[in-house]
Design a protein around this ligand. Sequence first.
Ligand code: CS2
Length: 491
Amino acid sequence: MTRLSNQTLPDLPAAIVKPGYDRAKVSIGIVHLGIGAFHRAHQAVFTDDVLARDPSWGICGVSLRSAETRDALTPQDGLYTLKVQDGEGETLRIIGSVLETLVAPEDPQAVLQRMADPATRIVSLTVTEKGYCHNPATGTLDENHPDIQHDLQHPEKPKSAIGFIVEALARRRAAGVEAFTLLSCDNLPSNGHVLKCVVRRFAELRDTELGAFVAGIASPSTMIDRIVPATTEADRAAIATALGVDDAWPVVTEPFRQWVVEDHFPLERPAWEEAGAIFIPEVSAFETMKLRLLNGSHSTLAYLGLLAGAETVAEAMALPGMEALIEGLMREEVSPTLPPLAGFDLAAYRGDLIQRFKNPALRHRTWQIAMDGSQKLPQRLLGTIRARRRAGTSCDRLVLGVAAWMYYARGVDEAGKAIDVRDPLAGRIRALSQGLDDPEEIVAAFLGLTEVFADDLGGDANFRVGLVDGLSRLLSTGAAAELARWQRPRG
Ligand code: CS2
């Protein structure tokens, strides 16, 4: 079948929404590190919405590892389909904001050149939590991280996002070009602040003057939200049928999208507010809310759902007791810990989240969300647990989520089958929990992971007892029976 491309674009069926601007006039103004499905369903769409107004903000997408996105997108001139769907229907739209895709390990110089180019005024990132090479409990650079060690020794051929950013800034500084604005779009608390902290430290380790230069750059924080499951073969086939041409790299998502950004862009920015982004001076309250309510619930339901045999989030939500557990977790345990957000309807937000999780059209795998728990739990569950413990209030559901993670991370499911655990700490976790089947011993071994729990939670006796209780029940009766305990009585 013919491929989606600039040439085949005009012949697509009329119902397919096409870029509303002349792509030939678009030039690159943004380099995005980590061009996965999330970026292409979120920031690239906000940008696509405003290119008609200012075509100088096209995107160069960079893959820091594999070549598959470049291999799929280049023959399509960077075009791809965005499929937005829920139980009520779907829309298909072609996104044209990605002009170029580079593969960092193949050609780091090409990436550095793009980042150092004066036309590049924003470098944005979706590199996931582990891409920050930081200590998740403290938010500071992990100076012993193998990629950081490598990049300090070979600054001109970096591997990590941090190494690329600092080398590009060093080249701009040497050429007298102003620094770009850094824009973290990952699910980290104060993501801009964390990013600035790690790049600054890395630059200082390279040389003090570079450290001082990096200390002056802008790195606004953002809260980003859109649920984007991995695209499946079935999605690809259905989209090809609708388009009449093949698209090797479409993205599938929900109607909801939200982007709250701190407005600090010394070299200007696209008018993303015209696409619905909200610009405010300080996003941390929004971020805390989203990380604790959405992502904290997501991780909890993913671990419990996965253990109970649910393949997708919608299936997990249909397990007896799950909706009541998640609803109670958000309303009773998380909401009282949140900073005030004037004029924001928290109850409506929670209700919308339940509906978004139940979206029957999205096949969002519990396994996908379960990944990288050691990097996610601190900001999703542990911060809330700390706040509850400080206030002397209960947090059984949150603690159960952490216990379910421990069960999952040991790598064996309820039927005794291996779980494909993806986590930077997977090897260590396997080693520390191997051969243990007593819940007390398992919990004690996990709590020794200081980069996850820090010393305070690691040494908190009540937290430990709660974890042992939860894990004991999961191990003895299973996740489905545990969930059923939370079911509200009917009527
Ligand atoms: C999810 C998030 O994969 C995960 O861990 O919790 O990617 C989630 O879908 C997004 O943050 C929604 O904005």
